[in-house]
Write a protein that binds this ligand. Structure first.
Ligand code: BV8
Ligand code: ZN
Length: 268
């Protein structure tokens, strides 16, 4: 594998191939997971020491059935996570992605993340496959709601906070995220698939590729003829012919990679 991070020195073979693929691309998809926000201090899910799942069993907090049983625990935990995002800053990786479009190429951002760090550095049209911590919705009638910022700050990660009520049917508000066993928002999923099938290069940043159907996206890109560039601190590639693996931190690899990509001759 090619170390393209801080100790790579001369660009590795995959770094050169990756910059060549991007330089010849008209449409680039950036597909991100929790790893792109890790260096902003937002916990990933499966990192053994710092991952959310190291402290919590996802089955107890990221499902509708738990919300039914203990809405205060789930609502409090999500408000606490929202607070982590509000206190976090986008990092050099989010910034690099937002600046890639300035090379005159079409750049689409598809994220599994529920934070808004891509948007906070200017990325537009971000597709959130798993929803967002920025809004809520009614558990009963699904009407969209806002977040009662007045309920923050949350005293502790396990604080029990009563969810507010829906203005239309007085059902409980829930986080506007996709829980396990729930379908992804169909319009978002369809748009994402169309972009992945039509891109020249897909950069998959900071994802362990465990959660489906999102995890199928890099392989759909490959089967549609695109080059896939993985950026991760661990090796997640399957060594397909058009699959490149850049091992390193997103905040180091992405700026280094994109600095090698000149302006497009035919701006998109
Ligand atoms: C669905 C929102 C149809 C909530 C999330 C059995 C029963 C029922 C369902 C299933 C089943 N088996 C499988 C399923 C399907 C299930 C699933 O995939 N389960 C997993 C656990 C196996 N999926 C679903 O249920 C989906 N819906 O399939 O609908 C259906 C309907 C009914 C019944 C069946 C099917 C819905 C899934 C959405 C779940 N919601 N988030 C919340 O956040 O609270 S998922 C959540 O986890 C994230 O959104 C994200 O998608 C995922 C985390 O993955 P990653 O982003 O990859 O993060 P992770 O920590 O894993 O990895 C971080 C990576 O970054 C690592 O590789 C690390 O090395 C790297 N990294 C770390 N630091 C850096 C770095 N890289 C670069 N730089 C760094 N600095
Ligand atoms: Zn309602």
């Amino acid at each position: 594998m090619n170390q393209a991070g801080e100790n790579s020195g001369a660009p590795g073979a995959d770094l050169k191939r990756a910059s060549d693929a991007l330089s010849n691309a008209g449409h680039i998809v950036c597909f991100s997971g929790a790893g792109i926000s890790a260096e902003s201090g937002i916990a990933t899910y499966r990192d053994p020491l710092t991952g959310i799942w190291a402290q919590h069993d996802p089955r107890t907090l990221e499902t509708a059935s738990t919300f039914r049983k203990n809405p205060q625990l789930v609502w409090g935990w999500y408000l606490w996570r929202r607070q982590q995002v509000v206190n976090a800053q986008p990092n050099a990786a989010h910034l690099a992605v937002s600046q890639l479009a300035a090379t005159g190429r079409k750049v689409s951002v598809i994220t599994q993340n529920v934070d808004d760090l891509h948007e906070r550095v200017g990325s537009v049209g971000v597709l959130h496959l798993h929803g967002s911590l920025s809004t809520s919705k009614c558990f009963a009638c699904h009407r969209l709601g806002t977040l009662p910022e007045h309920q923050m700050p949350i005293p502790s990660e396990g604080a029990l906070i009563e969810p507010p009520r829906c203005g239309r049917c007085s059902g409980k508000l829930r986080p506007n995220v996709v829980w396990y066993g729930e379908d992804l928002p169909s319009g978002v999923w369809k748009s994402a698939i169309a972009l992945v099938k039509s891109c020249d290069v897909l950069i998959s940043v900071g994802t362990s590729g465990i959660v489906t159907p999102a995890a199928d996206i890099p392989w759909l890109a490959l089967s549609s003829g695109a080059t896939v560039i993985h950026v991760n601190t661990e090796d997640v590639s399957t060594a397909e012919p058009n699959e490149l693996m850049l091992i390193g931190k997103a905040t180091e690899v992405l700026p280094k990679l994109f600095a090698l990509v000149p302006r497009a001759e035919q701006p998109q």
